[in-house]
Design a protein around this ligand. Structure first.
Ligand code: SF4
Length: 392
């Protein structure tokens, strides 16, 4: 990456070569822990001076090693990350934390632990429901994780250090939200694919560096002139999009991706961790209850006899109504990688919810790799034509 680059240029450079900065920091003696799922409590790592590094796949690299361990009919994103690890591309990590976000991750985690030689490996269970009993269970899991981190670093995780780390990550959440506030305007001054690249960058560097980068990006975008292009305003929902190519494709077709509900986009930044009382309980509440992801089921309270489908949809997707209204969304693209039960099973309900809001949606299933993009492009093009009929 060019020395001295700043703001959006620097963010794109870091996102393009995500390993470079952490490898430099590792040479300086910093510890780096990899995690894949958004449910990893990164604040606890930061508090112990460990750099949390989000492990992603590579849509351009055909998996060649992973077939020895995982079937082809399996989450292609997980297959890709594991394949990179088997090829030694994640060897710079001091270890990794895997969270039971879905069954694909759980199954892979068990194999990962036995075939990749990391100095540290921890698997954390995560309930799929949010009752007090489940939160208590998860809080105990965080305590176990804390002990393993203390053993790894030889330091005790103090209340003050953890509070400071939560504050830094909350600051990052606020800065990312400010980035999305820019796209509320018509036309937006920053594209959806640029936002995904900024998030790709900040999840591969220490939180304080990420916050500095976000402030630079915000200052730079603030000075940009408004774009002139008028096109449908799109919300993208679904499973992981760890490369901007998919969103770029939509934007190249003349639409604006103004908001998303993705674990590589808004999901990790929409709510702050509350700082009150026992901090591990606050983290347990945030990661289990506040962090929205189809892998956790939140049903609307009922009388136990009859379930109300509309109330359930509202309980689970009410935030999408807010997104659609605030970002003046014309249409939604619901995308999911193949074999992802968490997202795949949710698509009909999300579609129903958008229908109830009067928003047209398109659902797409894909195989994660770049080669799929041309096929998807034809369908997105047709969808945008339908929307244009209504918005132009
Ligand atoms: S995309 Fe779906 S199956 Fe793959 S890791 Fe995420 S939740 Fe699991």
């Amino acid at each position: 990456m060019p020395e001295g680059s700043q703001g959006i240029t620097r963010a794109k450079d870091i996102c393009r070569d995500r390993f470079r900065r952490v490898k430099e920091l590792r040479k300086e003696g910093r510890k780096i822990l990899g995690y894949i799922c958004l449910h990893a409590p990164v604040e606890m790592m930061t508090a112990l001076q460990i750099i949390p590094f989000r492990m992603l796949g590579d849509i351009y690299e055909t998996p060649t090693q992973v077939d020895r361990f995982l079937p082809r009919a399996f989450c292609p994103f997980v297959r890709s990350v594991f394949d990179l690890s088997l090829k030694g591309k994640y060897d710079f990590l001091d270890g990794m934390l895997l969270v039971h976000s879905c069954d694909a991750m759980e199954r892979t985690g068990r194999i990962w632990e036995s075939v990749v030689d990391h100095h540290y490996f921890h698997f954390m269970d995560l309930p799929t429901k949010v009752s007090e009993r489940h939160r208590k269970f998860f809080r105990e899991g965080l305590d176990d994780f804390k002990k393993t981190l203390e053993e790894l670093t030889g330091k005790e995780l103090s209340f003050e250090e953890l509070k400071k780390a939560i504050e830094s990550h909350n600051e990052q959440r606020r800065l990312v939200r400010s980035l999305y506030e820019i796209t509320e305007k018509v036309p937006p001054k920053i594209s959806g694919s640029e936002i995904l690249q900024v998030i790709g960058a900040i999840t591969s560097i220490p939180v304080e560096e990420g916050n500095k980068l976000l402030r630079e990006v915000l200052a730079e975008i603030g000075k940009r002139k408004s774009g002139k292009l008028k096109g449908p305003r799109i919300l993208v929902w679904g499973s992981v999009l760890d490369h901007p190519a998919f969103v770029e494709m939509i934007e190249d077709l003349g639409a604006h991706v103004v908001i998303d509900d993705l674990c590589t986009g808004t999901r990790g930044y929409w709510v702050d961790v509350k700082l009150d009382g026992d901090l591990l309980s606050s983290l347990a509440y945030y990661y289990l209850v506040e962090l929205r992801c189809p892998r956790t089921f939140k049903e609307a309270p009922s009388d136990g006899k009859r379930k109300d489908y509309s109330a359930d949809l509202e309980e689970r997707f009410g935030y999408l109504r807010e997104f659609a209204k605030t970002w003046k969304v014309d249409g939604a693209i619901l995308q999911s990688v193949k074999y992802c039960d968490c997202h795949g099973f949710e698509v009909p309900q999300v579609k129903d919810y958008f229908n109830s809001l009067g928003i047209t949606s398109l659902s797409l299933e894909h195989n994660y790799m770049i080669a799929d993009r041309e096929v998807l492009k034809t369908r997105v093009e047709a969808f945008l034509e339908i929307l244009r009929g209504g918005v132009e």
